[in-house]
Design a protein around this ligand. Structure first.
Ligand code: F6P
Length: 363
């Protein structure tokens, strides 16, 4: 039997289990491949003894409807910049890629399927360049990986955010308030834009369009002036004012990416400091955007991504990422997918359509 290793890396994301099940089912059909999962990305494989789980049709049955990931994940497991705690308590960053390569070989894996976002696919590319047969699957609620129209998990995050916005609209209207709802997305405004369009927000703020506070205030005032005295604002966690900076905080030890969150309060304070008299309330949706069962669209694309990833392995097309482009599934070089970041185009159709309906982006 040949052996394929599956890893899920970075933040968890609805649809991870559907990918795992898709790979496992397709591999089982060949009768020639065993599927193994490494716990918490590559960390499980790096441990001694390794923490691995053999996956089969019975232990993955029905998991496509479950959130999270059967084999766990971590955003502190990048083998190229691995945080190691020293005796004096300080953290030293080590490149453990050579050790990882050795472990993959020693365990007799014939292929690796790495399910993750841009950080994880950077690892895939590095492994591929060192001769490891790797295939990537694009995961992230942020939808910021290029080469694919959608990553799985994004539609679920938007659905959760849109449902939440609907609830905020009625309370905003009842109290004539300004509601600020902060959504995730890192440096991409996709979740914010889709949610604002879906829920009909008056103001949508995204990192791709640094906002002018005066413009935001003008739009709020116009809503009160025209008698509809309430406003719903959707703001991406990575958004910032033209003359301001991103709202972030120090993350946990060993975490490489900056920790975003709290811009709803930053904006609220800016509006108050500018003399806005309306009542303002802030909601930070946070991780409920990532938890729970995936919506049908994400289950479908995640399942197909899983099957296609296994087929790339069978066809020995390594260094490739499965992608969804123009309503069809294919693959693209991982190198291409990580070379640029997929962000909202301020002059693109979606932003222009939203503006056509009167939505303010603070520009
Ligand atoms: O990349 C997915 C994501 O949910 C981002 O939208 C967010 O900024 C980040 O992960 C949060 O990371 P953590 O779960 O480590 O706080």
């Amino acid at each position: 039997m040949k052996k394929v290793l599956i890893t899920t890396g970075g933040g968890d994301c609805p649809g991870l289990n559907a990918v795992i099940r898709g790979i496992t089912k397709r591999a089982a059909k060949t009768g020639e491949w065993q599927v193994w999962g490494s716990f918490e990305a590559f960390n499980g494989l790096m441990e001694d003894p390794p923490r691995l789980m053999q996956l089969n049709e019975s232990n993955t049955a029905g998991i496509h409807v479950q959130g999270g990931t059967l084999i766990g994940t971590t955003n502190k497991g990048n083998p190229m910049r691995f945080p190691v705690k020293k005796a004096d308590g300080t953290i030293e960053i080590e490149n453990r890629l050579p050790l990882l390569i050795q472990k993959i070989k020693n365990q007799g894996f014939d292929a690796v399927i790495n399910i993750g976002g841009d950080g994880s696919q950077e690892i895939s590319q590095a492994l591929f360049e060192q001769g490891i047969p790797v295939v990537g699957v694009p995961k992230t609620i942020d939808n910021d990986l290029s080469s694919t129209d959608f990553t799985f998990g994004f539609q679920t995050a938007v659905q959760v955010a849109s449902d939440s916005l609907d609830r905020l609209v009625t309370t905003a209207a009842s109290h004539h308030r300004v509601m600020i709802m902060e959504v995730m997305g890192r440096n991409a405004g996709w979740i914010s834009l889709y949610t604002a369009l879906s829920g009909g927000a008056e103001i949508c703020l995204i990192p791709e369009i640094p906002y002018d506070l005066e413009k935001v205030i003008d739009r709020i005032k116009s809503r009160y002036d025209d008698g509809r005295g309430f406003v719903n604002i959707v703001i991406a966690e990575g958004a910032y004012a033209k003359d301001g900076t991103i709202t972030s905080s120090k993350g946990e030890e060993g975490r490489q990416a900056v920790k975003l969150g709290g811009v709803a309060f930053t904006l609220s304070q800016q509006l108050k400091d500018a003399g806005l008299e309306a009542d303002i309330r802030e909601t930070i949706l946070g991780h409920i955007q990532r938890g729970g069962t995936p919506v049908a669209f994400d289950r479908v694309i995640a399942s197909v991504f899983g099957v296609k990833a296994m087929e790339l392995v069978l066809d020995r097309k390594f260094g490739q990422l499965v992608v969804l482009r123009n309503n069809d599934f294919s693959s693209a070089p991982i190198k291409e997918a990580i070379s640029t970041y997929n962000v909202v185009d301020p002059s693109g159709t979606l932003v222009q359509a939203a503006k056509g309906m009167g939505m303010c982006f603070g520009d």
